[in-house]
Design a protein around this ligand. Structure first.
Ligand code: MLC
Ligand code: AMP
Length: 504
């Protein structure tokens, strides 16, 4: 009986008392203690009716317990569906309904709001809080500390991560055990991870970066994680001296550079800083090296593919580029409409193929067919070019997407809500440069007749159903939206006009 994901990430530590997690207050959790917690949770999932292939949705705070839910899903063969803690009940309802989740885990503070939704979707609801308490943990405490791992193979589904679409409807990216394992194995080798590493973990664990890159690599190579509940400059500064590696979105690095305590001496025992999920400004790269002597290693990935390219560990880490294709991954620049590969140096669509590429979107065969070619190449929606030395440059996006502090916002989802508001005829949502988040969300409104839209009222209204990070930081009323001859809104014109809103 085999289960590659569980066996290689978790099961191999059976009986090992080595430290797995260091918590901010100094407490540690051993591999054995972690596996016992996961086994108890696996029994709980079984009690709740979960069998192999069932989806388990979790909107819970980052904690060792949350990570143990991931391990329990692997052990029972369930599909783990982690959700951003910022999502509103309306947003979560869509994921639970669309995925057909059998179990939903939430924070006790959200239980009252989530109960009717879970009932309507026919899912069992249990609570698990950031401090490890909650109905799920309470009941699990009485369960055995070992669980017979359910047999699975590399082609079986391990996780669903939802990614929004240009139509405003989120799609569940189906990731297999093989997708996750192949990628973390390659990254661990490329970035030279070993059991001596201590990863300073400050990313959320409901996205690829914090879960499948940072956590899986550590589990695969036997190192430790300093497991912080979230990114906090003070916590990072106090824990950097005990770490060897850190992964972050560019906002992590710009915030650290903004703090005088972040010095060369503080980072002297670090061997690696990785950045991704959003473009790292070349100037951040340069300032970081000037301050610390370390060159940030930038890589490129996405929900559907895990990681695709990386700058070299040895060799030049070139600012403003995302390096080379990972071993086993093919990257080409195409004209996506014709499928033709472009000449060296030309700008076009980035397409990728490899064992990292997902299986498709859950119950959306047409969407899958639009983006995943029959020959296995995935059309990323990013635009890029290879330079003369083969480094990949991401030069833009062929998809209407805003990335704020590493979180993705699809304008269509916000526009659909704005258009429903009183006094709004139509809207266009754009991303504009922001000194902290890289990009931020701005809504441009056209008034409906002579009625003046009530900006504060609209903000409050959309806030009921839209996560805070997706809400426009500014709403601006204009007479009309610029359109091209085809009638399409020219967002580039709007981005130019409002691009300096948040510049110092
Ligand atoms: C929080 N807020 C954000 C935000 N994060 N607003 C816009 N964009 C964001 N990313 C808002 C909150 O709603 C709140 O609003 C205010 O900012 C402060 O909240 P906070 O909880 O204190 O936020 P903070 O700690 O400052 O978080 C910022 C952050 C965090 C950058 C540390 O967003 C973060 O950890 N981002 C990482 C995202 C990530 O892991 N991405 C990987 C995706 S995987 P208010 O108004 O209420 O004060 C992927 C593939 C790949 O892309 O290649 O990796
Ligand atoms: P997500 O859907 O959250 O996985 O986001 C994936 C998107 O993030 C990619 O399609 C890119 O647009 C962007 N991205 C990830 N890494 C980088 C990077 N290093 N530089 C620029 N954009 C990136």
């Amino acid at each position: 009986m085999a289960n590659p994901l569980y066996d290689r990430l978790f099961g191999r530590y059976a009986g090992k008392t080595s430290v797995f997690l260091q918590l901010p207050e100094g407490e540690t959790i051993s591999h054995t203690a972690f596996l016992e917690m996961a086994a108890r949770y696996a029994h709980m999932l079984r009690e709740l009716g979960v069998t192999a292939g069932d989806r388990v949705a979790a909107q819970i705070a980052k904690s060792p317990q949350a990570l143990a839910v991931y391990a329990a899903c692997a052990q029972t063969g369930a599909v783990f569906l982690p959700l951003n803690t910022a999502y509103t009940v309306d947003e979560v309802a869509y994921f639970v309904d669309n995925s057909g989740a059998r179990v939903v885990l939430c924070d006790a503070r959200n239980e009252a709001g989530m109960t009717p939704m879970a009932q309507a979707c026919g899912a069992a609801l249990e609570t698990l809080n950031g401090d490890g308490s909650g109905s799920f943990a309470d009941k699990a405490a009485a369960m055995p500390t070992t669980f017979e791992t359910v047999s699975r193979d590399e082609d079986d589904l391990a996780a669903f991560l939802y990614t929004s679409g240009t139509t405003g409807r989120s799609k569940g990216a189906m990731l297999t055990q093989g997708n996750l394992l192949s990628n973390s194995q390659t990254l661990a080798e490329q970035w030279r991870f070993t059991s001596d590493d201590v990863l300073l973990h400050a990313l959320p664990i409901f996205h690829t970066h914090g879960l499948f890159v940072a956590t899986n690599i550590t589990l695969l190579t036997g190192g430790q994680m300093i497991f912080l509940p979230k990114f906090d400059v003070d916590l990072i500064i106090s824990h950097l001296p005990g770490a060897t590696a850190m992964m972050g979105v560019p906002t992590f690095y710009t915030r650290l550079l903004g703090d005088a305590r972040f010095t060369k001496d503080l980072t002297k025992d670090m061997r690696l800083f990785v950045s991704g999920s959003a473009p790292l400004l070349a100037e951040t790269h340069v300032q970081f090296e000037e301050r610390t002597g370390h060159r940030i290693l930038e890589r490129y990935g996405m929900t559907e593919t895990n990681m695709n390219t990386t700058n070299p560990y040895d060799g030049e880490r070139r600012a403003g580029t995302v390096g080379f294709a990972l071993p086993g991954v093919e990257v080409k620049i195409t004209n996506a409409a014709s499928g033709e590969t472009l000449s060296q140096g030309e700008i076009g669509d980035i397409e990728v193929r490899g064992p990292n590429v997902f299986k498709g979107y859950w119950q959306m065969p047409e969407k899958t067919a639009e983006e995943l070619r029959a020959d296995g190449f995935f059309i990323t929606g990013d635009l890029g070019r290879f330079d003369d030395d083969g480094y990949l440059h991401i030069v833009g996006r062929n998809k209407d997407l805003i990335i704020s502090g590493g979180y993705n916002i699809y304008p269509k989802e916000v526009e659909l809500l704005l258009d429903l508001e009183d006094g709004v005829l139509e809207s266009a949502v754009i991303g504009v440069p922001h000194p902290d988040f890289g990009e931020t969300v701005v809504g441009i409104l056209v008034a409906d007749g002579n009625r003046t839209p009530d900006i504060a009222g609209i903000q409050a209204s959309i806030g009921k159903s839209l996560a805070r990070f997706k809400q426009p930081q500014k709403l601006i009323v204009v007479d009309e939206l610029p359109r091209n001859t085809m009638g399409k809104v020219q967002k580039n014109v709007l981005r130019k006009e409002f691009g300096a809103l948040f510049q110092d």
